[in-house]
Design a protein around this ligand. Sequence first.
Ligand code: GDP
Ligand code: ZN
Length: 293
Amino acid sequence: MIQTGQIIEGRGGLYTVVNDAGESFILRAKNRFRREGITPLVGDKVRFTPGQLEEHGWLEEILPRTSLSIRPPVANISQLIITMAPEPMPDMLLLDKLLVFAREQHILPLLVVNKADLDENLPVRLKAAYTAADVKVLAVSAMTGQGIEQLKTLMAGHLNCFAGQSGVGKSTLISKFTGLDLETGEVSHRIRRGRQTTRHTTLIHHDGLQVLDTPGFSLFELPQEMEPEHLREYYPEYVNLQSQCRFEVCLHDQEPACAVLDAVRAGELDAERHARYQQLLSLQKEKWSNRYA
Ligand code: GDP
Ligand code: ZN
């Protein structure tokens, strides 16, 4: 009687799970979960017992996760679609934090530059700065449809999650893929109630695409538990050079004979991204030293 499925929504202790045949079930987690400190998350693959008639069923087991985000709480994202736009002004530090998160969780990052109808230049600049970091950059416009088919192709086969600042067009893009009328910026200006409080995380299956819709990645901080020494491992362009640094545990910060600093000085690596790396490094050092406070 036990079936397998995936959690697509969780509210007030009730979980909506969809099985492989596309049928949905309302379930509660067994007490054992709480005792063991396990919180079921949207995106989790689960084993469950369906309920009889009007009764809800029971979540029996969470299957191993391929990736995990604590804040926002979601499991099994396989592709993080970091969305930027010429307006609002790009938050480059947020981009780098999201890339660190993605690399740490072995999630494939994809940088989507929306509103290409407003400015063709931003995607070109981002491509120049991020190709060394092994990040694919795609220019799209939800308004004109530019790049949308290509984006769909890149989304196929992944559990996708859009991330990025508020106002870049995430809801507009998700609506395009799902046909669902999500509340976009224009609407919320009129309602003025802040959709952050009304929107919650859901997993949408539509037309063979899987999209996690969560507002939680617009303000994102790296976890306190991330050791500052590990930060460099999530910069592929630095990992490539590491063996040429004089010190084995070179943090590419102030050390002498550092191959990364040399490459930055020579203009081979993006200097602004490196400055932001140093900024994140000192932020993580501070968090790390306060971690028991
Ligand atoms: P979100 O906060 O990231 O979900 O952003 P929204 O989807 O709410 O979009 C914010 C605003 O940008 C809305 O007014 C959209 O109509 C507008 N927008 C979205 N995509 C595009 C686009 O490709 N071009 C232009 N010019 N505006 C867009
Ligand atoms: Zn170095």
